[in-house]
Every structure is written in C-alpha cells, then in structure tokens.
Write a protein that binds this ligand. Structure first.
Ligand SMILES: Cc1cc2nc3c(=O)[nH]c(=O)nc-3n(C[C@H](O)[C@H](O)[C@H](O)COP(=O)(O)OP(=O)(O)OC[C@H]3O[C@@H](n4cnc5c(N)ncnc54)[C@H](O)[C@@H]3O)c2cc1C
Length: 406
C-alpha cells in the first residue's frame, strides 16, 4: 500500500463521526464490483446504485482516505492542457466536445450534491485564470478566443479590470463562468452513505490483492483476508495506485504537490477577494487557491517530479511558507498564518487526459482514473460514461481520446 499524503489534512476535520463500513468477511457476488472508495469509486457506486444496478464497493483504507482528502476541491472545466493546445492534440471538434463535457460534469456534481441530506460545501464559483507574466498574455488571449469559439461563457480582463476587483495587478486574466467548489471529504462521505441507501454494499479495510478472469467471462477478486468477490463487471477506481492494472496498462507519472489551509481570515478582509472566485495562473507548476466556508484560504502548488510524499518537517515548513508568501503577495494587508499543511502524491497522464473506459484486452473490466488537476470532474465523467457503457447506451466509446490507451 502506497503512502498518498503526509502532514495534517484540513478536510477530514470538517466532518467528524463519519460512518464506518464493515470489512468484507465472507465470499460475495455482485453484478458490479468497484475497487476504490475515493471520489472516482464513490461517484460510480452512487451512479450505478441509483440506476438500480447491484453494486459492491471495496476500499482498502476508509472511504475518502486516499488522495480525495488531500484534494483542493476546485471544480473547473478548464483542463491542465489549455483548450487551444488540446485542439492541436486531439482536433477542434473533440477538444470542444471534451471541454463542454467537463462543464456538464460540474452540473452533474451540483445535482449529486443537491440530492444529499447535508451540506457538502458545494458552491458555484467562477474561476480567475491570470497571466503570471507579460510573456503569457498572447497565449492567454489565444485561449480566450478558443473558449469563446467553443461557446463557453468567458471574459477577458485587462490589467486595469483586475485592479478594480482585487488588491493586486496582473497582466491579464480569463474569467470562466460555470465552475464550482466543494468540500471533497464531506461530498464523498455523504455520497457513499447515499449510495448505500440506494442499495450499494460498501466494505472498508478490504484490500484487493488479485484479479482472476473466469472462463465464463465473469471476474473473481481476491481480498488480502482470503475472501472472494465474483462479479460480471469490475471497475478499477484505484486512484494513484494503479497496481491493479495489468502491468503498465496506463502511462502516468506520479508527482507530489504541497497544500496549506490558513487560519480564518476576518470577513471584511475577505471581501477584497472578488466573489471568492477560484484563482489559478498560467505558470507551470501553477498556484491554485480558493476560500473555504469558514473563511480560510486553501492554496496548493510547488509540484515536484517525485512520487513519494515528503517526510521532512523542514521541507514541508519551507514549502508551506513559500505558498503563504505567494498568497501574501496577492493580499498584502492580510494577517496570514498556516494552520494545516500537507503534501500529496498527484498523478498525471502523459497527455494530461484521464483514463476512462474498458480494458481493451479484458472485457468487463473498466477503469475510472481521473488523473489531472481537475480529477473530480473526470471522476464524474467516468462514472456517467461507464454507467452508459454498462447499460449498452453506446456502441463505441463516446470520447475515445480518454479511453484506455498506451
Ligand atoms: C494536492 C492535490 C490537490 C488536488 N486538487 C484538486 C482540485 O482542486 N480539483 C480536482 O478536481 N482534483 C484535484 N485533485 C485531484 C483529485 O484529488 C483526484 O483526482 C481525486 O481525488 C482522485 O480520486 P480517486 O477516487 O481517483 O482517488 P483516491 O481518492 O485516491 O481513491 C482511490 C482509492 O482506491 C483505494 N484502493 C487502491 N487500490 C486498492 C485495492 N487494491 N483494494 C482496495 N482499495 C484500493 C485507495 O485506498 C483509495 O482510497 C488534487 C489532488 C491532489 C493530490
């Protein structure tokens, strides 16, 4: 089992008394067995169970304890690859289709959040994507044109527009409307409870160690405790631990990203942050930041090409202070202090697109791997796409460029 994060996480402190689910302690059968109880697996369990499918989910840790709890919770349809670059990568029609599908996923996440009996911190927020340097401006303009042409609701803000709304000046920015924020820990735990109410069976502390394809086309999973699960379909929603995949089926790189949550900012000061939009930038790696319901700032960035989360207190502190310095540069009058600081593994595919779809060599085995900065959007697209595939809605993959590819 990999270590997915180190340090002190903020989100798990916002929902105490999460419901425990029993470990699997007998042989089980199901129509669909999902491996992984993070954002991707639980979105699937909820979608499948509410569609009336016999669903069983197993999680080797606890629900939402993987990278989901380290997530910043920014729900943005813009990808790590700008639309103007994605057009070059996969063609204009596919790139526009995919960006629009990502926007639709924000609506689907909103509907899922609204169906839950408790608040999970879901709020529609626009995003503010600023040019980190003057040199980035032409590219930002190009991206604005591409987003506008795709029919997305965007604005271009000049330097003068920015200073009228924020206490800082930047060369320019794109404002994208239609994004949102969520508390990923509350959302996934509440959605898991809702999936169970809809008929799904959930088992925590149940580690899948082997997958055995059966001669009749079904599948048998073996747990580390010696029990088996037989299912018609398997969904691997294993996040950044793709060991369940056949060898190196997907090509990904694992990095690590630093995050902090500040102490609460006084309400009158927070008003300087225009509409509490989600903020990110054109630099790579980028700074990403948002506010929380209790008035904190969560910021992340300083990504490093190292898989193992950091253990050194000194490095964590240094990176935390660097992130704090970046926030302070934007909001110079604020009394900022770090209250939570963590470091987490972060997976990216080579083409910055997720892996969603059926194993080309193992029919009935599906993957929902939302690798990338907007992994939550991808998790939802994965849940809906795989549900459509299971229900025979498609004759071929609706978005082949995110299918399981070498
Ligand atoms: C620092 C950071 C910030 C991020 N910020 C954002 C953001 O702002 N917006 C956004 O959309 N995305 C963001 N992401 C990405 C997002 O966190 C991920 O895309 C998402 O949480 C992945 O969910 P998941 O379910 O795929 O993975 P996980 O939450 O890791 O869930 C996978 C689960 O599978 C379980 N598992 C693995 N193998 C087995 C096995 N053999 N048997 C049983 N269980 C198994 C694991 O225990 C784990 O709980 C961020 C990620 C990081 C690290």
């Amino acid at each position: 089992m990999k270590e997915l994060h180190t340090g002190q996480l903020y989100w798990p402190t916002t929902r105490l008394n999460t419901k425990p689910y029993p470990a699997l302690e007998e042989a089980a059968t199901a129509r669909i067995a999902i491996i992984g109880g993070g954002m991707s697996g639980v979105n699937c369990a909820y979608a499948f169970a509410t569609a009336g499918l016999d669903t069983l989910l197993v999680e080797r840790r606890e629900i939402s304890e993987g990278s989901t709890s380290a997530n910043t919770g920014m729900l943005q349809y813009s990808n790590d690859t700008m639309l103007c670059d994605l057009i070059v990568q996969i063609g204009k029609a596919n790139a526009q289709l995919f960006y629009r599908r990502c926007l639709q996923a924000v609506d689907e996440l909103e509907q899922a959040a609204a169906s839950l009996p408790e608040s999970v911190g879901f709020k529609r927020r626009s995003s503010f994507y600023f040019a980190s340097t003057e040199q980035d401006l032409p590219k930002l303009r190009k991206e604005y044109e591409a987003l506008s042409e795709a029919g997305l609701h965007v604005e271009f803000w000049t330097s003068n527009d920015i200073v009228k709304h924020f206490p800082f000046r930047k060369p320019g920015a794109i404002v994208t409307h239609g994004d949102a924020e969520v508390n990923p820990f509350q959302f996934v735990n509440s959605l898991a409870d809702a999936a169970v109410k809809a008929g799904a069976r959930l088992h925590e502390h149940t580690d899948i160690v082997r997958h055995e394809p059966l001669p009749d086309g079904r599948h048998r999973l073996h747990t580390s405790s010696g029990f088996t699960i037989e299912a018609d379909y398997i969904v691997c929603a294993v996040g950044y631990e793709p060991e369940e995949l056949r060898g190196k089926l997907v090509k990904s790189s694992m990095n690590r990203s630093y995050s902090i949550a500040t102490r609460t900012i006084p309400e009158p000061l927070l008003k300087q942050w225009h509409k509490q939009w989600l903020i990110w930038e054109t630099a790579r790696p980028y700074l990403y930041m948002r506010t929380t319901e209790d008035g904190r700032i969560i910021a992340g960035g300083l990504d490093e090409r190292i898989e193992q989360p950091v253990h050194s207190e000194a490095i964590m502190k240094k990176r935390g202070e660097q992130l704090l310095g970046k926030i302070q540069a934007l909001f110079p009058d604020w009394p900022l202090a770090i209250e939570y600081m963590w470091n987490a593994t972060f997976g990216e595919s080579q083409d910055n697109l997720p892996f969603i779809g059926e194993d080309p060599a193992l029919p009935g085995v599906y993957y929902n791997l939302g690798y990338g900065g907007n992994g939550t959007i991808y998790s939802m697209i994965g849940a809906r796409t795989i549900l459509g595939m299971l229900q025979g809605e498609y004759t071929s993959h609706p978005f082949p460029f995110i299918g399981i590819r070498p």
